[in-house]
Ligand binder design. Structure first.
Ligand code: HEM
Length: 118
């Protein structure tokens, strides 16, 4: 069973996403990145993001993570903040500690594509 199935699939992801997205926009440091991104896109972004991490049935056909993020020039501190907010939301949603750790390891593995390098 994938983690996506274990935690109730779309309904759970949607709940986590809504909270995660509120938390991102509540951070003065993160809000500007999303200024020109539509709310629909943002929710889509986060839903794809979590569903993929949890092994859900997502066919992602967008740009690579590197293409989508290098242009945003995201420093490591902001990556760490996003990761921290995600971890808190997973914990609040009742995801078990071991599974949170598994998910956060996958998130950490995306750092080289997300964080800006000259
Ligand atoms: C932690 C791992 C992350 C993953 C797996 C991830 C995943 C994604 C994906 C799949 C997209 C859609 C790309 C597309 O449709 O072409 C996207 C877009 C975006 N991400 Fe992330 N993201 C991550 C971290 C971050 C961070 C740390 C920030 C900002 C601090 C961020 C800000 C954005 C923004 C602003 C967009 C929209 C870009 C645009 O429309 O040009 N992401 N992300």
């Amino acid at each position: 069973m994938t983690l996506y199935e274990k935690y109730g699939g779309f309904a759970t992801i949607h709940t986590i996403v809504k909270e995660f997205y509120k938390d991102l926009l509540a951070e003065d440091d993160l809000k500007p990145y999303f200024a020109r991104v539509s709310m629909d896109f943002l929710i889509q972004h986060q839903t794809d993001f979590l569903s993929q991490l949890l092994g859900g049935p997502i066919q992602y056909t967008g740009r690579t993570l590197r293409e989508a993020h290098q242009v945003l020039r995201i420093p490591k501190a902001h990556f760490d903040l996003v990761a921290q907010l995600l971890q808190e939301n997973l914990e609040d949603a009742g995801v078990e500690t071991d599974d949170v750790q598994t998910i956060m390891e996958i998130v950490a593995s995306t750092l080289p594509d997300i964080v800006y390098t000259d």
